[in-house]
Design a protein around this ligand. Sequence first.
Ligand SMILES: CC(C)NC(=O)[C@H](Cc1c[nH]c2ccccc12)NC(=O)[C@H](CCCC/N=C(/NCCC(=O)O)S[C@H]1O[C@H](COP(=O)(O)OP(=O)(O)OC[C@H]2O[C@@H](n3cnc4c(N)ncnc43)[C@H](O)[C@@H]2O)[C@@H](O)[C@H]1O)NC(=O)OCc1ccccc1
Ligand SMILES: [Zn+2]
Length: 293
Amino acid sequence: YSTLTVAPGKDYKNLAAFHKKLTGSKRILALCGAGLSASSGLPTFRGAGGLWRTRNATEIATPEAFETDPGLVWLFYAYRRHMALKATPNLGHFALTALAENLPGFLCLTQNVDNLSIRAAHPPSQLRPLHGSLFNIKCSNPHCSYTEKNNTSDPLHPSLALAALDPAEDEPHPLLDPSHALEHMPAADLPACPECKALLRPDVVWYGEPLDEDMLTSVDEWIDDAQVDLVLVIGTSAVVWPAAGYIERARGRKTSVVTINPEAEKPDNLRKMRKRDFAFVGDAAVLLPQLLE
Ligand SMILES: CC(C)NC(=O)[C@H](Cc1c[nH]c2ccccc12)NC(=O)[C@H](CCCC/N=C(/NCCC(=O)O)S[C@H]1O[C@H](COP(=O)(O)OP(=O)(O)OC[C@H]2O[C@@H](n3cnc4c(N)ncnc43)[C@H](O)[C@@H]2O)[C@@H](O)[C@H]1O)NC(=O)OCc1ccccc1
Ligand SMILES: [Zn+2]
């Protein structure tokens, strides 16, 4: 009965069996997605948040979109900055911080750019923001090295004030309401680089852009250092690469992969599970404190 058999074991949702594995684990890798921040009030990409106004978030998060209409892209990111600043880390973020403080062999990879793990005081040496941060700004001119770290001003720029609006209770945010036409914003009105006058942009990784080479190397080296006992797959649809690739990249003979997601028992997830794997259905903010206590 080989461990490579693709079927979950009988204990795949047994909390005691998971805790036994957890206590015996010295090296744990986590891959986090939008679902971790869902109960902090931030929309996921595949859920309702997938569409911004009428555009697909994956279309707007591209160099091409910024080339074509930097004003719209900046409003998209200014809105997400505003929402992330209004949000607070949840018990899921804090449970991961506690695990990092208690287990030096824990490394947390996050695809989220909302800074909520950082605001939950997750030790920076044990956190890898794979896709950047909404609160880091850089120059769009590839030959200019201007950057701003952790700029939380809201609005970031007078031309983006609309994004920092908080509509009345039951009113939709004007930026979410497609019937609220947006004037085109000329590039001259947008945040400009104080050094070379080119447009500034959020320091996030757009589709078609490579992730930070040093960060990828540091994760690869960490994985190759020694056996990874546990891989926590938290609130992610695991479709975006190369981030999603780390789940199987970290899997060794004795590794257990644990999916924490309201859809963890969906057939296509059960189909991928191995004998040592676990699946816990529910909200990461509720499950993580229980699983990691
Ligand atoms: C769509 C996908 C198929 N496309 C890609 O992966 C592309 C192309 C590609 C590359 N390799 C491939 C291999 C195969 C196929 C495609 C590719 N990848 C790239 O373009 C990457 C860059 C990808 C990064 C894109 N940037 C983001 N973010 C930053 C910006 C921004 O945020 O605006 S991706 C962004 O979307 C992704 C969203 O996914 P999730 O976080 O998982 O969210 P989602 O909504 O999908 O799912 C939420 C889950 O939570 C669950 N959930 C809901 N509520 C809860 C709850 N309460 N608790 C727990 N779980 C919950 C839900 O059930 C659900 O399962 C995240 O990664 C997020 O960071 N770059 C690159 O490959 O460069 C190359 C290169 C190399 C050298 C030189 C030049 C180029
Ligand atoms: Zn510049």
